[in-house]
Design a protein around this ligand. Structure first.
Ligand SMILES: Cc1ncc(COP(=O)(O)O)c(C=O)c1O
Length: 454
C-alpha cells in the first residue's frame, strides 16, 4: 500500500527546533544532497541556529532611516521559498487522501519558481509531475524543472500570460488521475505564508529597531507571500501591507495588463487566495529599474562600496536577490518615504529567490542597453535606489477600492467554476481566519499520518 510521505507540519516549518533532533540533524547534513527526501525538513526560513535567514539592507544603499529587512528565500531547498506552498498543498492533499502516491500525477501551473518547487517536491515525495508554464521565461527555470524530473507543458507567452496556464490546467484536470497544486486558488499557499512566513517575519525583527513591523511589502504573483501580512497585523495592528505591481502591468491598481520583465509577479489577475481586505496600499515599480538594480548589485559591488556600503556586505549581497527582490526593495524604500518612517522603524520584505536563475536576464539587459559602463551604472544606482520617489502609490483602504478588487476577483474566477457565494465569503475576515485555523487541524493530521499506509 502507498504511504503518506514523511514531512514536516506547518509548525515544524516555522520552528524547526521542534523537529525530532535526530531527523533535524540528518536533514541539516543532507543539504548538500538536495534530492535526499529528508530535505523536506529543511523547508523553513530558519538556519541551523534557528534564526531567520535575513539581511538588513545598508542605509548607504536605501538612503532611508528605516530598517529594510529582507527575508532570504534562496536557502530553501530548490532555491526559493515557493517550495513551501508546493509542499503544503501536496501534504494536505495526501493526508486528506485526495492525492494518492503511485496513482495521481501532479500538475503545477506556474511561471517558474512554483514549478521548480513542485518538480522538486514531487521528486522527493515520489510523484510524477507536469509543470504548466509560459514558454518565454528565463532558461534557468526550465533547466531546473527538468533536472528535478517534471515534464513541461508550455503555453505561449511570458509572465503576464499566466491565465493561459490556468486555462490549460483547467482542461488537464478533467483527467481523473491528475491533481493540481493550484497555487492561485488553494489555501495551503495562504496557510503556509500566514503561519510560516508571517510568524518568521515577526521573529526576524525582534532585535532590530523598535522590534515591531511598520510595513510589509511584497509583489504578488499568487499573493501567497502577502498572507504573511495578515499574521503580522494580528501582532502589530499598525502594520501597513503593501502589494507591489509592475508599472507596466498594474492590474490591481487600475486594470493595467501590459507585458513586463519581473518574473514571478504581475500575473494580470486578482488571485483567488489574495485577501484584499488587508491590502492597505498598492505601489507600482518599473520593471527596467528592477532589472537594472539587479545588474548593479550583482555586477558592480564596487559602486555600492564607493557609496559607503561595507565591502563585505556588498559582496555578500551579490547572490542573494532576484529581479522581483529588487522590485520589493524599491517598493520598501518608496513606502519608507511615503509613510515617513524613521530611525527604529522596520519594513519587512522578501527575496523569493537568489541570483542563480537570472544570468540570462542580465545577458538580455546587456543586449538591449547601448552601454553598461561604470558611469552608466553609477547613474542608475542613484536614480533607482536613492532617488526613489513616492509616485504611483494608491491607498486601498476605502470600501470603493476594495469593491473594485472584489469585482476583479469575480471576473477572474467565476469562469473557473467558483460560485459567487464562495467569493462573497471572502469579503469577511472570518473566512480568512477560519482558513488559517486549519493549520492546527492539518498539523495534527500530518503528525498522525506521516509515514503510515493510506
Ligand atoms: C521570483 C518570484 N518573486 C515573487 C513571487 C511572488 O510570490 P507569491 O506567489 O507568493 O505572491 C514569485 C512567485 O512565483 C516568484 O517566483
Amino acid at each position: 500500500m502507498p504511504k503518506v510521505p514523511f514531512g514536516p507540519t506547518y509548525d515544524e516549518m516555522l520552528h524547526p527546533s521542534t523537529i525530532d533532533p535526530q531527523i533535524r540533524e540528518k536533514a541539516l547534513h543532507a543539504k548538500e544532497n538536495e534530492l535526499d527526501p529528508i530535505n523536506l525538513f529543511n523547508i523553513t526560513w530558519k538556519n541551523e541556529r534557528n534564526e531567520v535567514n535575513k539581511i538588513v539592507l545598508p542605509k548607504a544603499l536605501t538612503g532611508v532611516d528605516a530598517n529594510i529587512v529582507v527575508m532570504l528565500g534562496k536557502y530553501f531547498p530548490s532555491g526559493s521559498h515557493k517550495v513551501g506552498p508546493a509542499y503544503s498543498t501536496l501534504i494536505e492533499g495526501c493526508v486528506d487522501r485526495e492525492i494518492v502516491p503511485e496513482k495521481h500525477t501532479i500538475l503545477g501551473p506556474s511561471t517558474g519558481n512554483f514549478g521548480i518547487g513542485v518538480s522538486y517536491i514531487c521528486n522527493l515525495m515520489k510523484y510524477d509531475a507536469i509543470v504548466i508554464m509560459p514558454d518565454n521565461m528565463s532558461k534557468e527555470r526550465y533547466d531546473r524543472i527538468q533536472r528535478y524530473g517534471a515534464k513541461l507543458d508550455l503555453t505561449p507567452g511570458t509572465e503576464s500570460d499566466v491565465i493561459l496556464t490556468l486555462e490549460r490546467t483547467f482542461e488537464l484536470k478533467k483527467n481523473p488521475n491528475y491533481r493540481s497544486l493550484a497555487q492561485f486558488e488553494l489555501l495551503p499557499n495562504y496557510r503556509f505564508h500566514r503561519h510560516v512566513t508571517g510568524n518568521s517575519a515577526i521573529e526576524a525583527v525582534k532585535d532590530i529597531g523598535n522590534g515591531r513591523i511598520a510595513c510589509f511589502a511584497s509583489a504578488p504573483g499568487s499573493a501567497g507571500t502577502l498572507a504573511a501580512g495578515d499574521q503580522i497585523k494580528t501582532v502589530f495592528p499598525e502594520a501597513k501591507v503593501v502589494a507591489l505591481e509592475p508599472y507596466e502591468c498594474s492590474t490591481l491598481m487600475n486594470g493595467g495588463r501590459g507585458q513586463h520583465r519581473i518574473e514571478g509577479i504581475g500575473d494580470k489577475m486578482c488571485t483567488l487566495i489574495h485577501n484584499v481586505l488587508t491590502t492597505d496600499f498598492i505601489a507600482l515599480i518599473k520593471d527596467e529599474e528592477s532589472v537594472r538594480g539587479l545588474k548593479i548589485i550583482h555586477d558592480a559591488p564596487h559602486i555600492l562600496v564607493e557609496n559607503g556600503v561595507d565591502p563585505k556586505v556588498a559582496e555578500q549581497m551579490r547572490d542573494l536577490f532576484g529581479v522581483s527582490t529588487i522590485c520589493n526593495i524599491i517598493g520598501a524604500i518608496k513606502m519608507a518615504k511615503y509613510l515617513k518612517l524613521g530611525v527604529g522603524d522596520n519594513i519587512v520584505t522578501v527575496a523569493t529567490d537568489g541570483f542563480d536563475r537570472y544570468n540570462s536576464v542580465i545577458d538580455d539587459l546587456e543586449r538591449r542597453e547601448l552601454e553598461t559602463a561604470d558611469f552608466v551604472l553609477r547613474r542608475w544606482f542613484k536614480d533607482i535606489f536613492q532617488k526613489t520617489n513616492t509616485d504611483d502609490i494608491d491607498d486601498m483602504r476605502t470600501l470603493e477600492k476594495k469593491e473594485r478588487l472584489f469585482k476583479q476577483k469575480e471576473s477572474d474566477w467565476l469562469k473557473f467554476d467558483y460560485s459567487i457565494d464562495y467569493l462573497n465569503q471572502m469579503r469577511d475576515m472570518k473566512f480568512w481566519n477560519h482558513e488559517y485555523e486549519k493549520v492546527f487541524h492539518y498539523d495534527e493530521k500530518i503528525k498522525k499520518m506521516r509515514g503510515k499506509e493510506l
